[in-house]
Design a protein around this ligand. Structure first.
Ligand code: DP6
Length: 321
Protein backbone atom coordinates (compact mmCIF):
# COMPACT_ATOMS: atom_id res chain seq x y z
CA UNK A 1 0.00 0.00 0.00
CA UNK A 2 1.20 3.47 -0.87
CA UNK A 3 1.96 5.69 2.13
CA UNK A 4 0.18 9.06 2.17
CA UNK A 5 2.43 12.15 2.19
CA UNK A 6 3.06 13.87 5.52
CA UNK A 7 3.57 17.54 6.30
CA UNK A 8 5.64 18.62 9.29
CA UNK A 9 6.20 22.08 10.68
CA UNK A 10 9.06 22.18 13.21
CA UNK A 11 10.25 25.31 14.99
CA UNK A 12 13.78 26.54 15.58
CA UNK A 13 14.97 26.83 19.15
CA UNK A 14 17.48 29.01 20.94
CA UNK A 15 19.63 27.66 23.74
CA UNK A 16 19.90 29.74 26.91
CA UNK A 17 22.48 27.25 28.16
CA UNK A 18 24.41 26.28 25.06
CA UNK A 19 25.46 22.98 23.58
CA UNK A 20 29.00 23.52 22.35
CA UNK A 21 31.44 20.63 21.81
CA UNK A 22 31.07 16.91 21.17
CA UNK A 23 32.44 13.78 22.79
CA UNK A 24 31.68 11.63 19.75
CA UNK A 25 31.56 13.01 16.23
CA UNK A 26 29.92 10.05 14.55
CA UNK A 27 27.12 9.58 17.10
CA UNK A 28 26.94 13.34 17.56
CA UNK A 29 27.09 13.27 21.36
CA UNK A 30 27.09 16.72 22.99
CA UNK A 31 29.89 17.27 25.52
CA UNK A 32 27.60 19.35 27.74
CA UNK A 33 23.96 19.57 28.78
CA UNK A 34 21.88 22.38 27.24
CA UNK A 35 18.59 24.14 27.83
CA UNK A 36 16.54 25.88 25.16
CA UNK A 37 13.29 27.60 24.30
CA UNK A 38 11.28 26.91 21.15
CA UNK A 39 10.77 29.90 18.84
CA UNK A 40 7.13 29.86 17.79
CA UNK A 41 7.36 31.62 14.43
CA UNK A 42 10.73 30.50 13.01
CA UNK A 43 9.76 27.31 11.26
CA UNK A 44 10.77 24.74 8.69
CA UNK A 45 7.96 23.14 6.73
CA UNK A 46 8.73 19.75 5.23
CA UNK A 47 6.58 17.47 3.09
CA UNK A 48 7.66 13.85 2.75
CA UNK A 49 6.14 11.66 0.06
CA UNK A 50 7.09 8.63 -2.00
CA UNK A 51 9.63 9.48 -4.68
CA UNK A 52 8.72 8.49 -8.24
CA UNK A 53 12.08 7.08 -9.23
CA UNK A 54 12.73 5.14 -5.99
CA UNK A 55 15.74 7.26 -4.99
CA UNK A 56 15.67 9.95 -2.33
CA UNK A 57 15.23 13.44 -3.76
CA UNK A 58 15.43 16.78 -2.05
CA UNK A 59 13.47 19.80 -3.22
CA UNK A 60 14.42 23.18 -1.79
CA UNK A 61 17.09 25.84 -1.85
CA UNK A 62 20.28 24.15 -0.74
CA UNK A 63 23.99 24.42 -1.31
CA UNK A 64 25.66 21.27 -2.61
CA UNK A 65 27.16 20.33 0.79
CA UNK A 66 23.85 20.91 2.58
CA UNK A 67 22.05 18.67 0.10
CA UNK A 68 24.64 15.95 0.63
CA UNK A 69 24.37 16.24 4.42
CA UNK A 70 20.58 15.93 4.33
CA UNK A 71 20.43 13.07 1.83
CA UNK A 72 23.10 11.12 3.75
CA UNK A 73 21.09 11.66 6.90
CA UNK A 74 17.85 10.40 5.31
CA UNK A 75 19.55 7.27 4.04
CA UNK A 76 21.24 6.64 7.43
CA UNK A 77 17.93 7.18 9.27
CA UNK A 78 16.04 4.71 7.05
CA UNK A 79 18.76 2.10 7.51
CA UNK A 80 18.77 2.58 11.28
CA UNK A 81 14.98 2.23 11.47
CA UNK A 82 14.84 -0.72 9.06
CA UNK A 83 12.56 0.98 6.52
CA UNK A 84 13.06 1.34 2.79
CA UNK A 85 11.73 3.15 -0.28
CA UNK A 86 12.75 6.35 -2.02
CA UNK A 87 11.50 9.56 -0.42
CA UNK A 88 10.77 12.95 -1.92
CA UNK A 89 11.55 15.63 0.64
CA UNK A 90 10.30 19.15 -0.01
CA UNK A 91 11.48 21.59 2.59
CA UNK A 92 11.53 25.33 3.14
CA UNK A 93 12.31 27.72 6.01
CA UNK A 94 10.39 30.92 6.69
CA UNK A 95 13.68 32.56 7.81
CA UNK A 96 17.20 32.93 6.35
CA UNK A 97 18.99 29.59 6.67
CA UNK A 98 22.64 28.95 7.67
CA UNK A 99 22.97 32.41 9.20
CA UNK A 100 22.79 31.46 12.86
CA UNK A 101 19.02 31.23 13.11
CA UNK A 102 19.12 27.49 13.82
CA UNK A 103 17.93 26.12 10.49
CA UNK A 104 19.61 22.77 11.15
CA UNK A 105 17.60 22.37 14.37
CA UNK A 106 14.17 22.82 12.80
CA UNK A 107 15.28 21.16 9.55
CA UNK A 108 16.50 17.87 11.00
CA UNK A 109 13.70 17.79 13.59
CA UNK A 110 11.15 18.07 10.75
CA UNK A 111 12.80 15.22 8.84
CA UNK A 112 13.04 12.95 11.91
CA UNK A 113 9.38 13.58 12.80
CA UNK A 114 8.43 13.19 9.12
CA UNK A 115 10.15 9.83 8.66
CA UNK A 116 8.47 8.50 11.80
CA UNK A 117 5.06 9.68 10.59
CA UNK A 118 5.48 8.69 6.93
CA UNK A 119 6.38 5.07 7.78
CA UNK A 120 3.81 5.05 10.65
CA UNK A 121 6.52 3.90 13.08
CA UNK A 122 4.97 5.57 16.10
CA UNK A 123 8.33 5.83 17.86
CA UNK A 124 8.44 7.29 21.39
CA UNK A 125 9.33 11.00 21.30
CA UNK A 126 12.66 10.36 23.01
CA UNK A 127 13.70 8.06 20.15
CA UNK A 128 12.64 10.66 17.57
CA UNK A 129 14.73 13.17 19.53
CA UNK A 130 17.72 10.80 19.39
CA UNK A 131 17.19 10.38 15.65
CA UNK A 132 17.09 14.16 15.17
CA UNK A 133 20.31 14.48 17.22
CA UNK A 134 22.11 12.34 14.66
CA UNK A 135 21.33 15.05 12.11
CA UNK A 136 22.20 18.00 14.35
CA UNK A 137 22.60 18.22 18.13
CA UNK A 138 20.25 21.17 18.55
CA UNK A 139 17.58 19.39 16.44
CA UNK A 140 17.03 16.92 19.30
CA UNK A 141 15.42 19.83 21.21
CA UNK A 142 13.14 20.99 18.34
CA UNK A 143 11.04 17.82 18.70
CA UNK A 144 9.24 19.70 21.48
CA UNK A 145 8.02 23.23 22.11
CA UNK A 146 8.58 25.41 25.18
CA UNK A 147 11.50 24.97 27.59
CA UNK A 148 13.54 21.89 26.65
CA UNK A 149 16.56 20.28 28.25
CA UNK A 150 19.11 17.98 26.71
CA UNK A 151 21.58 15.91 28.69
CA UNK A 152 24.87 14.30 27.80
CA UNK A 153 25.40 10.53 28.01
CA UNK A 154 25.90 7.60 25.68
CA UNK A 155 22.75 8.10 23.55
CA UNK A 156 21.18 11.31 24.83
CA UNK A 157 17.81 12.78 23.93
CA UNK A 158 15.98 15.97 24.81
CA UNK A 159 12.95 16.28 27.08
CA UNK A 160 10.54 19.11 27.84
CA UNK A 161 10.91 20.87 31.16
CA UNK A 162 7.63 20.28 32.96
CA UNK A 163 6.27 23.57 34.35
CA UNK A 164 3.07 23.97 36.35
CA UNK A 165 2.02 26.87 34.10
CA UNK A 166 3.74 27.94 30.91
CA UNK A 167 6.13 30.91 31.35
CA UNK A 168 5.02 33.33 28.66
CA UNK A 169 8.07 35.15 27.34
CA UNK A 170 8.53 37.01 24.07
CA UNK A 171 11.49 36.53 21.77
CA UNK A 172 12.74 39.39 19.64
CA UNK A 173 14.98 38.18 16.83
CA UNK A 174 17.28 40.91 15.54
CA UNK A 175 18.76 39.92 12.19
CA UNK A 176 21.99 41.80 11.48
CA UNK A 177 23.19 39.90 8.41
CA UNK A 178 21.39 37.55 6.02
CA UNK A 179 24.49 35.98 4.44
CA UNK A 180 25.23 32.32 5.20
CA UNK A 181 27.79 31.91 7.98
CA UNK A 182 31.37 31.18 6.98
CA UNK A 183 32.12 28.53 9.60
CA UNK A 184 29.64 25.77 10.48
CA UNK A 185 28.85 24.99 14.14
CA UNK A 186 30.29 21.50 13.72
CA UNK A 187 33.64 22.76 12.39
CA UNK A 188 33.80 25.57 14.90
CA UNK A 189 33.08 23.22 17.82
CA UNK A 190 35.87 20.89 16.73
CA UNK A 191 38.31 23.75 16.36
CA UNK A 192 37.35 25.11 19.78
CA UNK A 193 37.73 21.72 21.43
CA UNK A 194 41.14 21.18 19.85
CA UNK A 195 42.68 24.61 20.34
CA UNK A 196 40.97 26.95 22.83
CA UNK A 197 42.68 27.12 26.23
CA UNK A 198 39.26 27.99 27.69
CA UNK A 199 37.52 24.83 26.45
CA UNK A 200 38.21 22.85 29.63
CA UNK A 201 36.83 25.70 31.75
CA UNK A 202 33.74 25.69 29.54
CA UNK A 203 33.22 21.98 30.26
CA UNK A 204 33.93 22.34 33.98
CA UNK A 205 31.43 25.14 34.59
CA UNK A 206 28.55 24.02 32.40
CA UNK A 207 26.73 21.80 34.88
CA UNK A 208 26.51 24.63 37.38
CA UNK A 209 25.12 27.01 34.74
CA UNK A 210 22.60 24.40 33.63
CA UNK A 211 21.34 23.78 37.19
CA UNK A 212 21.12 27.51 37.98
CA UNK A 213 19.14 28.17 34.81
CA UNK A 214 16.77 25.32 35.59
CA UNK A 215 16.22 26.72 39.10
CA UNK A 216 15.58 30.19 37.66
CA UNK A 217 12.93 28.78 35.33
CA UNK A 218 11.24 26.81 38.09
CA UNK A 219 11.34 29.87 40.40
CA UNK A 220 10.27 32.07 37.44
CA UNK A 221 13.02 34.50 38.31
CA UNK A 222 13.59 36.63 35.17
CA UNK A 223 16.82 38.33 36.30
CA UNK A 224 18.38 35.11 37.55
CA UNK A 225 17.71 33.50 34.16
CA UNK A 226 18.97 36.65 32.40
CA UNK A 227 22.29 36.70 34.24
CA UNK A 228 23.10 33.04 33.77
CA UNK A 229 21.99 32.93 30.11
CA UNK A 230 24.05 35.98 29.10
CA UNK A 231 27.05 34.63 31.00
CA UNK A 232 26.76 31.22 29.34
CA UNK A 233 26.42 32.76 25.88
CA UNK A 234 29.47 34.98 26.33
CA UNK A 235 31.45 32.06 27.71
CA UNK A 236 30.68 29.99 24.62
CA UNK A 237 31.69 32.86 22.32
CA UNK A 238 34.90 33.37 24.32
CA UNK A 239 35.95 29.80 23.62
CA UNK A 240 35.24 30.36 19.91
CA UNK A 241 37.19 33.64 19.83
CA UNK A 242 40.16 32.02 21.57
CA UNK A 243 40.35 29.04 19.22
CA UNK A 244 43.32 28.87 16.87
CA UNK A 245 42.72 30.26 14.30
CA UNK A 246 40.24 32.46 16.14
CA UNK A 247 36.72 33.00 14.93
CA UNK A 248 34.38 35.90 15.59
CA UNK A 249 30.76 35.25 14.63
CA UNK A 250 29.71 38.80 15.56
CA UNK A 251 29.62 41.90 13.39
CA UNK A 252 29.65 45.54 14.58
CA UNK A 253 25.85 45.62 14.78
CA UNK A 254 25.87 42.56 17.04
CA UNK A 255 28.11 44.43 19.50
CA UNK A 256 26.02 47.62 19.23
CA UNK A 257 22.94 45.63 20.18
CA UNK A 258 24.66 44.17 23.26
CA UNK A 259 25.54 47.67 24.50
CA UNK A 260 22.00 48.85 23.84
CA UNK A 261 20.59 45.89 25.81
CA UNK A 262 22.74 46.87 28.80
CA UNK A 263 21.41 50.43 28.62
CA UNK A 264 17.82 49.20 28.42
CA UNK A 265 18.38 46.88 31.38
CA UNK A 266 19.58 49.88 33.42
CA UNK A 267 16.17 51.47 32.75
CA UNK A 268 14.61 48.42 34.38
CA UNK A 269 13.10 46.86 31.26
CA UNK A 270 13.07 43.09 31.48
CA UNK A 271 15.21 41.89 28.60
CA UNK A 272 18.32 39.78 28.07
CA UNK A 273 20.32 38.65 25.05
CA UNK A 274 21.63 35.43 23.63
CA UNK A 275 23.59 34.72 20.43
CA UNK A 276 24.16 31.42 18.64
CA UNK A 277 26.86 30.60 16.09
CA UNK A 278 26.18 33.65 13.95
CA UNK A 279 25.79 37.43 14.15
CA UNK A 280 22.07 37.55 14.97
CA UNK A 281 20.90 38.50 18.44
CA UNK A 282 17.87 37.04 20.15
CA UNK A 283 16.33 39.05 22.96
CA UNK A 284 14.19 37.38 25.57
CA UNK A 285 11.60 39.83 26.88
CA UNK A 286 8.92 39.92 29.50
CA UNK A 287 5.77 40.52 27.37
CA UNK A 288 4.80 43.58 29.47
CA UNK A 289 8.00 45.32 28.25
CA UNK A 290 8.32 44.00 24.67
CA UNK A 291 6.84 47.07 22.95
CA UNK A 292 9.05 49.49 24.87
CA UNK A 293 12.11 47.32 24.22
CA UNK A 294 11.34 47.26 20.50
CA UNK A 295 11.15 51.06 20.46
CA UNK A 296 14.71 51.25 21.85
CA UNK A 297 15.95 49.69 18.59
CA UNK A 298 13.92 51.90 16.22
CA UNK A 299 16.87 54.09 15.27
CA UNK A 300 19.27 51.18 14.63
CA UNK A 301 18.95 51.03 10.86
CA UNK A 302 21.69 48.42 10.49
CA UNK A 303 19.33 45.78 11.88
CA UNK A 304 17.95 44.24 8.69
CA UNK A 305 14.96 42.46 10.22
CA UNK A 306 13.15 42.42 13.57
CA UNK A 307 10.95 39.42 14.23
CA UNK A 308 8.70 39.54 17.28
CA UNK A 309 7.68 36.09 18.39
CA UNK A 310 7.32 34.09 21.59
CA UNK A 311 8.33 30.94 23.41
CA UNK A 312 6.44 28.03 21.85
CA UNK A 313 7.27 25.96 18.83
CA UNK A 314 5.36 22.74 19.39
CA UNK A 315 5.78 20.77 16.12
CA UNK A 316 2.74 20.29 13.87
CA UNK A 317 2.29 16.95 12.15
CA UNK A 318 -0.27 16.36 9.42
CA UNK A 319 -1.01 13.42 7.13
CA UNK A 320 -2.05 14.64 3.70
CA UNK A 321 -4.61 12.48 1.94
C1 DP6 B 1 25.49 27.64 19.20
O1 DP6 B 1 23.26 21.76 16.57
O2 DP6 B 1 24.13 23.29 14.77
O3 DP6 B 1 23.37 26.89 18.42
O4 DP6 B 1 25.31 19.10 16.14
O5 DP6 B 1 27.19 19.99 14.79
O6 DP6 B 1 24.87 20.16 13.89
P1 DP6 B 1 25.75 20.14 15.12
O7 DP6 B 1 25.64 21.56 15.79
P2 DP6 B 1 24.38 22.51 16.01
O8 DP6 B 1 25.01 23.48 17.11
C2 DP6 B 1 24.27 24.35 17.86
C3 DP6 B 1 25.16 25.30 18.55
C4 DP6 B 1 24.49 26.49 19.17
C5 DP6 B 1 24.10 26.21 20.61
C6 DP6 B 1 22.85 25.40 20.85
O9 DP6 B 1 21.93 25.42 20.03
O10 DP6 B 1 22.79 24.78 21.92
Amino acid sequence: MKNAPVKISAAANVALIKYWGKTDLEKNIPAVASLSIGIEDLRTETIISESKDKTDTLVGRFKKYEKKRILNYVSMAKKLLGVSGGLKIETANNFPSSSGLASSASGFAAIALGIDEFFALDLPRKDISRLARLGSGSAARSIYGGFVQMDTGTDPFAAPLKLEDPWLLDILVLVTEEQPKKLSSTDSMNLTKGTSPFYSAWLDTQENDFLRAKDAIIERDFWKLARISEHNCLKMHSTIMTANPPHIYWNPTTVKILHQVQKIQEKGLQVFFTIDAGPQVKLICDPSDTQLILEQFESMHDISKKIVTKVGGEPRIERLT
